[in-house]
Every structure is written in structure tokens, then in C-alpha cells.
Design a protein around this ligand. Sequence first.
Ligand SMILES: [Zn+2]
Ligand SMILES: [Zn+2]
Length: 334
Amino acid sequence: MRALSFHGAGDLRLEELPAPEPKAGWVRLRPLATGVCGTDAHIVRGEFPAPAPVVLGHEIAGTVDAVGAGVKHLREGDLATVQPNTFCGLCRHCRLGRQHLCAAMRAFGVHLNGGFAEAMAVSAGEVYRLPPGAGPRLGCLTEPLACSIHGMDRLAVRSGSTVLVLGAGLVGLMLTRLARLAGAGWIAVSEPDAERRADAVAFGADATANPRAAGWKDSLPAEGFDFVIDAAGSAETFETAVSLAARGGRILVFGAAPEKAAASIRPYEVFSKELTILGSLINPNTHERAVSLLPQMGLEKLRILAFPLGRFQEAFAAQTAGTAATKVEILPQE
Ligand SMILES: [Zn+2]
Ligand SMILES: [Zn+2]
């Protein structure tokens, strides 16, 4: 089978590997669409640790191709998506029910061979059947949706409240839609790219603003927002989130800023406005709900750019360029 393997920083190779056989409790999947995520690009640039060689791709939808002994909930031919993260089960976080904080977390497509391949083996417990009508191109977005649902759990938006989303990339759009579904009263989205601002309106924003325009904050409510979501992930957007949060506001740090980025905020502002600042990491027990919610998300409105496996270099370049599409995917069977 053809597979896209990471062999070290800057060294991504399309190569021929033996197709894996599913052991007991595992299945073999034929990935039909696998999303190219910022994490994949970080790994290839050597900015995120991954063991080499490993087949990348952790946002996966495909067909169950072979079922190992003892697997009851899946059959050959099922269209399914993968929850990519596995945990040690033994550390303090795992035993407290906070598996997503496990320091020994290993993910398919990061540490274990993933979905940029014509076939992959995966433990059957991590495989979820897609709902009727959901094809693989939207199905592979279940993983970022599951992460977004965890963010919404953390934020706990109240009906009728005001929400500001910073950034209208894929997760910014998902979080905008989730805020709308959660009953938000008024949602504003800030985003420098005009096409992405139009996407934000399509996903439920009541107003958009361009943070590169002079005096852009003047168009927003002076009292600030009850809930602010940093879906961009930078020191600058974090500072903006603090400054635009209302008294009693809750801030969700969702986008991953560069590891060394440092922001400048005044502790007095956090104290005097009684702010709550929340992180959100991956998808603890949210993949099941992401599968259920997939048909309600309006994801068919996304601008998806898909490339056959052999054109992976173009796919990674499009992901890095960012604005040509809201999502870049690789189609491993093409
Ligand atoms: Zn990802
Ligand atoms: Zn653990």
C-alpha cells in the first residue's frame, strides 16, 4: 500500500509499505478522506515531536476493510471515523477520569501509523460509524468537531449571552456554529480575511470585524462580551480576548499558540473584571457527540480543497498558505 511517512524534519515520503493485518480487537480501515491539520504541518517542520518513521494523518474517515477477532460493533464495509488518541490508563490523570491530560497519550497519525495511507490498523474501540448521509469528506472533520465540543463544554455558554470568536478558520467556524446552537444571543467574529468573514456569517455570526482595520474595536459593544473564544492561538489574540471580555466574562483559549509565545496581560484586569480563563485540550469523551452533531453543523458550506495522496506536497502547501480553503484534505485512495 502507498503511505505518507514522516522520516524526520522536512522529510515526508510517499512510500510502499505492507498493508497491516488487524489483530484481535482491531480493524483495518481504508481511509477515504484524511484532513491535513496544523499539527501535521508542525510535525513536518520539526516543531512538534513525533517518532520517525510514522505515517501521519489523524483526522480520518474511511471504510472498514477487515475486522479482527472479537470485534462486534463493526463490519466490513462500514463507513467510519477514528477517535485518534489513546491513553496509558494507569497514570493519575487516567485514573481520575481525565485521560486527555495523560502525559503518555499516543495518537494514531502522530505516534502510531495514521490515515495518510491506503490502509491503517486501529483499535476497534476508537472507530465510530458515521451517521447516514455523512460522507468521508465531512466525516473526517469529526475529530476537530469533537475538540470544539470539548471547548464548548469548558466555556458553558448561557442562552442569550454575547459571544466573540477570534479567528474564522475551521475551528473558529465550528465554535461559532456551536455557540449559535447553544443559544448565544449575539455572536461577533473577528477575522482579517474577507472570505473567512463571509464564512463566519454563513456559520451563524451576527456581525464580523476586521482586526487589521484601524479602530475596529469601536464597532463592538463597549461593555465587552460575556464569552470570548480565542480560536486563532497567538499572544495577540489572547491579549485581545482579555481586553474584550466583559466584567464576569469567560475566556476560552482554544487555538494553539506557538509554544514560546508570551502575552502581556494585566493581573489587575483579570482580578477587577473577575475573568475566568480556560484552556481546552483535545476531545475527552466528545467523539460520540461529534458524530451525532455532524449532520447539524452545516459543514457542507466549508470551502474544502482535496488532493489525491500523490499530490501531498500541494496539500501541505495549501494548508500552510491557509486562505485558499477552510480545510485541506488528502484522499488516500485516489
Ligand atoms: Zn488535528
Ligand atoms: Zn495516562
